[in-house]
Design a protein. Sequence first.
Length: 200
Amino acid sequence: MKKIIACALMVASTLALGAAPLWADEISQQLERGLKLYKDGKVNEALAEVEFAAAQMRQKKAEGFAVIFPEAPAGWKADKPESQSMGQAMFGGVISASRAYHKGEAQVRVEIMSDSPLIQSLAVVLNNPMMMQGQGLKLARVGDQKALVQQQEDDQAELQMLVDSKVLVRVEASQTPKAGEVVKDFAAKVNLAKLRELTK
């Protein structure tokens, strides 16, 4: 057990040092403290340091998603992107970021999620269209990506798109005329090339 923890500390330190020079110092110092605590026999304290550093890395990854969101289309206004990372123990280490757009009463929200349990469920549905019967779901194409669109009314719709089987893009529109088309338009403007670069 102790050997596993030591290896994890060393690997995490290497990743922190090589991943992003602008913030690696703080995280690598955190990991070094954890390694020292481990060598001193303080395993619980060492784990706490490592978990804190891991949370910082997930948060930085979530913040990196900000460049993926589209700019506000003509006539729309966009809020600043928001990011969030959730703990490994409770949420499986989910990393997410979102951005809201407004045009009068019309509202659109674009969300990016990685390491989410929802991803596997969506993959099953996309690969088994028969499962969509009676659920108000329709298959759609956004560029070369498969997507699911659910529209209950003309002004309300939700799109879910799976990128490379590991990242979920979700677009929700409310009080938005032709919402089904709007969610597809917003999804098409997500920077998938940058998204793939950040999640590879």
